[in-house]
Design a protein around this ligand. Structure first.
Ligand SMILES: Cc1cc2nc3c(=O)[nH]c(=O)nc-3n(C[C@H](O)[C@H](O)[C@H](O)COP(=O)(O)OP(=O)(O)OC[C@H]3O[C@@H](n4cnc5c(N)ncnc54)[C@H](O)[C@@H]3O)c2cc1C
Length: 317
């Protein structure tokens, strides 16, 4: 096709992302009998979950890769196509969207669902060591996900700022033995430091020198010479939303770079919907699934309205 030739708008919807949000959207769209293509670059955060215990319906827990494999199978069973490919750029054009893939090829669709997730801000460890520590459960990033697994254990939190202090206080609900340490230097207000002291949270001031994860615990070296061993360490360093495609489409973003919740499903850019961690709010599997269902339904009904197959008076849900 010549560079400026009219694209063929097929499939109806391209979903970008094959995590819990994107795969739920794909399942719903396929069951709405839409032609749907999922494009993903193989980096769902869910693939890194050793065993989650808070995914509803899995009382014994489920491994992240197993959950993604099941969800992929489920969407494919109803006709969703899934392709591994990085989407480098996206543009709204007359009649739909044109996507440029990193391999140089192009795809087009009438509507898109962005479910591109976030990247974690991680502690500096060689990748293999880092991932082994996550698998061993001595390095964690999400107290909402797995604080329960560390009741009464020795818990360290890295990041002596407002986020770190809030995370340490949250984890105090699980253990009396919580220590907050800075990555570089403490940035706490006196009110925050007082709240931590009142809650019995130990505060270290030395910068992080080294993290030494083992199979059952993790040792932290601070530049003050202090050496501490924990059952688990939670770095509270935030995350970076993968929002470059949302930005290219002109979606409204929070200061942190997430798609705002009101523009996720009622985007000012018609035909674009967003779901999952990319959208501001609670970064969880169950939330991502819920968003995926809403985004897919909005996309389907938006297409129906375009095709005049809804009641004229009724605005699509
Ligand atoms: C170690 C760990 C443990 C966790 N434990 C839990 C837990 O116990 N319970 C819980 O509820 N949550 C947990 N989470 C969080 C959970 O993984 C996320 O909330 C969930 O994966 C969000 O789903 P999502 O679909 O929004 O994003 P993701 O699963 O991150 O998927 C994003 C998708 O977008 C794709 N993508 C992004 N940009 C592009 C692009 N340009 N081109 C193509 N594809 C792109 C990626 O390849 C990926 O497929 C954990 C996370 C981690 C890292």
């Amino acid at each position: 096709m010549a560079a400026d030739a009219e694209p063929i708008f097929e499939p109806d919807v391209i979903v970008i992302g094959a995590g819990p949000a994107g795969l739920t959207a794909a399942l719903y769209l396929a069951r709405y009998r839409r032609k749907v293509l999922v494009l993903h670059d193989g980096k769902s955060r869910a693939l890194r979950i050793p065993l989650t215990h808070n995914a509803p319906g899995f009382p014994e827990g489920v491994r992240g890769p197993d959950l993604i494999a099941r969800m992929t199978r489920h969407a494919v069973r109803y006709g969703a196509a899934i392709q591994e490919a990085e989407v480098a750029a996206i543009k709204a054009v007359a009649g739909g969207f044109r996507l440029h893939l990193a391999d140089g090829s192009r795809r087009s669709s009438r509507a898109v669902v962005l479910a591109t997730g976030v990247d974690l801000a991680q502690v500096d460890l060689p990748e293999a060591v880092h991932e082994a520590a996550i698998r061993a459960g001595v390095l964690r990033y999400c107290p909402v996900c797995d604080g329960y697994e560390h009741i009464d254990e020795r818990i360290g939190v890295i990041g002596c700022d407002t986020n770190g202090a809030a995370e340490a206080l949250f984890l105090r609900g699980y253990s009396r033995n919580v220590t907050l340490m800075p990555l570089d230097f403490p940035e706490l207000s006196s009110a925050e430091a007082r709240a931590l002291a009142d809650a019995g949270i130990r505060l270290e001031t030395g910068a992080l020198r080294a993290l030494e994860p083992g199979p059952d615990d993790i040792t932290v070296r601070l530049d003050t010479g202090v050496l501490l061993t924990f059952d688990v360490v939670y770095p509270a360093l935030g995350c970076r939303p993968r929002s470059s495609l949302a930005k290219q489409l002109g979606l409204s973003l929070t200061e942190a770079g997430c798609v705002t919740s009101d523009s996720a499903f009622d985007s000012p850019v018609t035909g674009v919907f967003a779901a999952g961690d990319l959208v501001e709010g609670l970064d969880q599997i169950s939330v991502a699934m819920g968003h995926g269902a809403v985004a897919a339904t909005r996309a389907h009904n938006w297409l129906r309205a375009q095709d005049r197959s809804t009641l004229p008076s009724k605005s699509p849900t």
